[in-house]
Design a protein. Structure first.
Length: 304
C-alpha cells in the first residue's frame, strides 16, 4: 500500500510537470531512473550452505567493491548480479561450481549490497558503472574463464565485452536487453507524458549516448563484427515479467554460436535457484574444460 501511495504521488506530480515544467519533470525522472531499490540485509542473507570463502575489497571510484572468492584452484567463474541485486543472489551456483573444480567470485556492484557508492552516489548507479565495476574486479582477481550474469548484469557483461573482457564461456539468465522496454514500464507506472520522456532521453543521451544504442541485439551485432565472441547460453523464463524472453532470443540470433533455452514458471528470480537451470549452466561451462568431473560433482552437490 505504501508503494502504491508513493507511485500515485509521483504520477500526480508528473502530470502537473508535463503541463507546466517538463524540464523539471525530466530531472525528476532521471533521479528515479538511476535510483536503486532498497534491499534489507536480512533479504540479502544467503540461505545456501556455502563453502569457505575469502573476502576481498577492490578500490573503485573512491569507494570499495566488496565480495568473496570461493574454491582453491581451477578456472575462474564470475557471478554478476543485476540491478538492485547482490553477489550472493546467485549463491546457489557456488557449491556445485566449487565441487566441480572451479573458483568462483561473487561481488556486490557499487551502491549494491556491502559495497560502497560509486560516482552516481549512495543508492544510485548505472549500467555502464556496473560494467566498469566488473572490469575492476576482473583486473584484481584474474581473467575470467566463465561468467554467469543475471538481468542487467548480462547487459553490463555485454558492455564489458566491448572494451576488455575475454571469457571463454558466458551464461545469461533472464538477460535485460532493451532499456526502451523498461522506459515503457516506467511510463505506465508513473504516468509521465511525452514531453517529460523526451526531456529525460535527451539528458540520458548527453551522459551515455542514445538509449537505443544500448539495445542488446544491436550491441551484439556490432560487437560480432569487431571480435570473436565466446559461446553463449541464454536461459530465460517465458513468464518473466521484468525482462522479456524475446530479448534473449533476439540477442542469440546475432551472437554467433549462441543457444537459448526457455523455462516456464520460474519468473525473473526463481530461475537463479532452479536445480535444472544450475545443472545446465554448469554443464555448459565445463564443456571446453578438461576437468571431467564437473557435471557429476555438480549434480551430487545439488542432490545433497
Amino acid at each position: 500500500m505504501k508503494k502504491s501511495t508513493i507511485v500515485r504521488f509521483y504520477a500526480t506530480g508528473f502530470r502537473i510537470l508535463e503541463r507546466v515544467a517538463p524540464p523539471i519533470g525530466a530531472r525528476l525522472l532521471e533521479r528515479l531512473w538511476f535510483r536503486l531499490p532498497s534491499v534489507p540485509e536480512k533479504v540479502r542473507r544467503s540461505r545456501v550452505d556455502l563453502p569457505p570463502g575469502t573476502p576481498f575489497e577492490v578500490p573503485f571510484e573512491g569507494g570499495l567493491i566488496r565480495g568473496h572468492e570461493y574454491g582453491d584452484e581451477g578456472p575462474l567463474v564470475y557471478l554478476v548480479h543485476g540491478w538492485g541485486g547482490w553477489g550472493l543472489q546467485l549463491a546457489a551456483f557456488v557449491p556445485p561450481l566449487v565441487a566441480g573444480g572451479f573458483r568462483v567470485v561473487a561481488y556486490d556492484a557499487p551502491s549494491h549490497g556491502e559495497s560502497g557508492p560509486g560516482l552516481e552516489g549512495k543508492g544510485r548507479s548505472s549500467m555502464p558503472e556496473l560494467a566498469d565495476a566488473f572490469q575492476a574486479v576482473v583486473a584484481d582477481r584474474g581473467p575470467a574463464y566463465g561468467v554467469i550474469a543475471h538481468s542487467l548484469g548480462a547487459a553490463a557483461t555485454t558492455h564489458a565485452l566491448l572494451h576488455f573482457a575475454e571469457p571463454e564461456r558466458v551464461v545469461y539468465l533472464a538477460a535485460a536487453t532493451d532499456f526502451a522496454v523498461w522506459m515503457d514500464g516506467f511510463q505506465a507506472a508513473f504516468g509521465f507524458g511525452p514531453r517529460v520522456r523526451a526531456g529525460f532521453l535527451r539528458r540520458f543521451a548527453r551522459r551515455f549516448g542514445p538509449m537505443e544504442s544500448y539495445e542488446g541485439a544491436r550491441v551484439v551485432a556490432d560487437l560480432a563484427t569487431r571480435r570473436e565472441l565466446p559461446p553463449l547460453l541464454a536461459i530465460h523464463d517465458r513468464d518473466d515479467r521484468e525482462t522479456e524472453a524475446d530479448g534473449s532470443i533476439r540477442v542469440a540470433k546475432v551472437w554467433p554460436g549462441a543457444s537459448v533455452e526457455l523455462t516456464e514458471g520460474l519468473g525473473h528470480r526463481r530461475i537463479l535457484g532452479d536445480p535444472a537451470v544450475i545443472e545446465r549452466a554448469l554443464g555448459f561451462l565445463s564443456t571446453d574444460w578438461e576437468g571431467g568431473h564437473t557435471a557429476k560433482a555438480a549434480q551430487e552437490t545439488m542432490e545433497g
